[in-house]
Ligand binder design. Sequence first.
Ligand SMILES: NC(=O)c1ccc[n+]([C@@H]2O[C@H](COP(=O)([O-])OP(=O)(O)OC[C@H]3O[C@@H](n4cnc5c(N)ncnc54)[C@H](OP(=O)(O)O)[C@@H]3O)[C@@H](O)[C@H]2O)c1
Length: 308
Amino acid sequence: MGNDASIPDLAGRVALVTGGNAGIGFQTVKQLATHGAKVYLGARSESRAKQAIDSILSENQWITKDRLTWLPLDLSKPSNIVEAAQLLSSWEKRLDILINNAGVAADDFTTTAEGFESTIAVKQLLPLLKATASTTGSDVRIVTISSLAERFAPKYNNFATTKDLSDPGTTDPNNYTSRKAVFSRYGASKLANLLFTRELQRRLDEEDVKIIALAVDPGPVATDGGMGVFPGFLKPVLKMVMKSPDKGALPQLYCATAKEVANEPERYKGQLLTAPGKTNMGSDKSRNSELARSLWRITEEALRTVGI
Ligand SMILES: NC(=O)c1ccc[n+]([C@@H]2O[C@H](COP(=O)([O-])OP(=O)(O)OC[C@H]3O[C@@H](n4cnc5c(N)ncnc54)[C@H](OP(=O)(O)O)[C@@H]3O)[C@@H](O)[C@H]2O)c1
């Protein structure tokens, strides 16, 4: 399949990309819009969102303004995620593509709950996604950006209790900002993204809902986030060896739009892709269905504690 994301004509389809103002998310928004979709760019900063939209519109003057809209969305605030989903549901009668793209590998320890945040977004948007899936000729996809770094998730964390959602990635409180702890936390969030995708697909299938959920590892991509985990002086070298953000967006664009996925749903449902058309097994842990169910259960428990 090479580098071709096989993006078909997307006229009439509605998409939301979280973290759409920068990096891989921005390139994804741009490609979806230039292929005809109506795209909501989920972002926490109005100025960064508007700048991203203006740059796409000025490069592609044939795209009408109503096809690119900022959706205010701060994933670190559960109540804000609910508000954003409500706003989008009041604006639109359909949502064909949801791309859970936003993500950080934060040095400071706050929480590893990034998977948890995507879960809130998906849960709140499920009625709209399901309504779309029940229409004739629908092809609804939920794509969550994970990473092969899921393997760095701490071995001891089995997502057994809600406390495991805010695992600092180390048992040493003096070491929360160490590289190892940062990678562990990032790994845990990316493992959660994968387990979430698998359990979501299992539940959708159980309910006989025609939606395909997929997870993606874009590979090493030269974005601020991708390079941010390495020391700053390496940036010029990293830019040469990592993928450009437009190439980095291809795997998620393939998952979100390629006809091949709709034509062969059993091959792709709940899977992790590392390139267009290329599935990857992921770690043993990521394929553990008990762990996936447990993560779902503790996430629901945690959501109840924040009133969702
Ligand atoms: N780049 C890589 O090498 C690589 C490899 C594997 C996986 N990934 C994954 O790919 C995805 C995209 O990463 P990227 O490399 O494009 O990173 P990036 O350039 O740092 O972009 C991250 C995006 O997420 C947004 N975001 C972060 N926290 C948010 C929040 N609380 N609320 C709303 N938006 C938020 C950022 O918005 P602001 O501008 O407001 O910060 C930005 O738009 C992430 O899930 C990342 O983990 C990346």
